[in-house]
Design a protein around this ligand. Structure first.
Ligand code: PMP
Length: 396
């Protein structure tokens, strides 16, 4: 048995795709590895909240041995439904102006649970080619037929909807708002107008994992930014990135929430999140609307990096704080990442199966606690290393 595992590991190693758990010590916006401190350009702590010691100190002041409950000890439907679970859901519903919200243990739980629950054999799922693994796994668990449309190709999507609308009771369109690996965005207004033109036939499912906290006036995501939160049937986001916590939410109609409580298996058959964690998430979520300064700083860092890459002839499809630099092969992506690490920047290679074969890349993910000076030093490194005869990332 272990022989075949060993062989698999050797194959992965040869392809440059072997993964190992990194040993890191976190020091605010830096990580320490092999005794060296590097600026973390690979974190999803987009607003810099997880690294903010003052925020943690403020939260800790509110805790007592009675309120510090480290475990829910049960599923929500048994004895794990604490007052804080519903306080958080009510706070989310109020912020979004929605009828209801429901919290899940993670984005992975949410996506793998929701999609099979809301679809059946009479449903056709139309999903963007580059959606996250958790959405793909949710689709795999569903009884519905699914077709993947070319990434962000809404012309193709419209053709597919027109072609299949009469054959299925329902069509579920599944997309992310900001895509996790490319940092580009779905055209939400156009998706909403497609949904509208098919009345009740087409439902829209949007995963805002990388936009929650970061986009919109109150930090509620791209749907808030585009003014279409109420036109999305299943609006999902996660707490593990900009909200510096763990878990996920859906904001939806009350009838949908009641249905999900009865049907989502990763909601029903798992121990609920610890109350102390829900308290922390609630603490953060209530402060998100006031964090416009962090959002603006993040956005200006991202514009600076994207513009600089473009000026060096390195095209990027990103329109956000997630900025990939394509390397092609996994070995090349790994080599480039090591090179940047040597110069003090913790950048990681992203390889298959996370991204399609041949599109290995460096994924730079910016956070609001990076200073302009640090960004400038990173840009100088990219520029200094640049040789005009080479293309893409070969110059590093
Ligand atoms: N959706 C998207 C788009 C993601 O990128 C991720 C995680 N990277 C998830 C869902 C899963 O969320 P979680 O980490 O909370 O399980």
């Amino acid at each position: 048995m272990t022989d075949s595992m060993q062989q698999t590991l050797e194959t992965l190693e040869r392809q440059g795709n072997l993964r190992r758990l990194p040993r890191l010590t976190h020091k605010g916006r830096f990580v320490e590895t092999d005794g060296k401190e590097l600026l973390n350009l690979s974190s999803n702590d987009y607003l810099g909240l997880a690294a903010d010691r003052n925020l943690r100190a403020e939260f800790l002041e509110s805790l007592t041995p009675d309120s510090f409950l480290p475990s829910a000890s049960s599923s929500r439907l048994l004895t794990g439904n604490y007052a804080i679970s519903e306080q958080l859901e009510n706070a989310l519903a109020t912020l979004f102006g929605s009828e209801a919200a429901l919290v899940f243990n993670s984005g992975y739980h949410a996506n793998t649970g929701l999609i099979p629950a809301i679809t059946d054999s009479q449903t056709l799922i139309l999903a963007d080619k580059l959606i996250h693994a958790s959405l793909i796994d949710g689709i795999r668990l569903s009884e519905a037929r699914s077709i993947r449309y070319r990434h962000n190709d809404l012309n193709q999507l419209e053709r597919l909807v027109a072609r299949y609308a009469s054959e299925y009771e329902r069509i579920l369109i599944v997309t992310e708002s900001i895509f996790s690996m490319d940092g580009d965005e779905a055209d939400l207004p156009r998706l909403v107008s497609l949904r509208r033109s098919y009345a009740d036939k087409v439902w829209l499912y949007v995963d805002e994992a990388h936009a929650f906290g970061v986009r919109g006036k109150q930090g509620l995501g791209c749907a808030e930014e585009k003014g279409c939160t109420h036109d999305i049937d299943f609006l999902v986001g996660t707490f593990g990135k900009a909200a510096a916590s763990v878990g996920a939410y859906i904001v939806c109609r009350k009838v949908v929430r009641d249905f999900l409580v009865n049907r989502v298996r990763p909601f029903i058959f798992t121990t609920a999140l610890p109350p102390v964690n829900l308290m922390w998430t609630h603490f953060i979520v209530q402060r998100l609307p006031q964090m416009a300064d962090r959002r603006e700083h993040l956005s200006s860092l991202a514009t600076l990096l994207r513009t600089s890459l473009q000026m060096q002839g390195l095209s990027t499809c990103s329109t956000s704080h997630i900025i990939p630099i394509l390397a092609g092969s996994s070995t090349e992506a790994t080599r480039l990442a090591r090179q940047l690490q040597r110069y003090g920047f913790y950048v990681l290679p992203i390889r298959p199966p996370t991204v399609p074969e041949g599109t290995s890349r460096l994924r730079i993910s910016l956070t609001a606690n990076i200073t302009q000076e640090e960004m400038q030093a990173f840009l100088t490194l990219l520029t200094d290393q640049h040789s005009p005869t080479k293309t893409n990332c070969e110059h590093l």
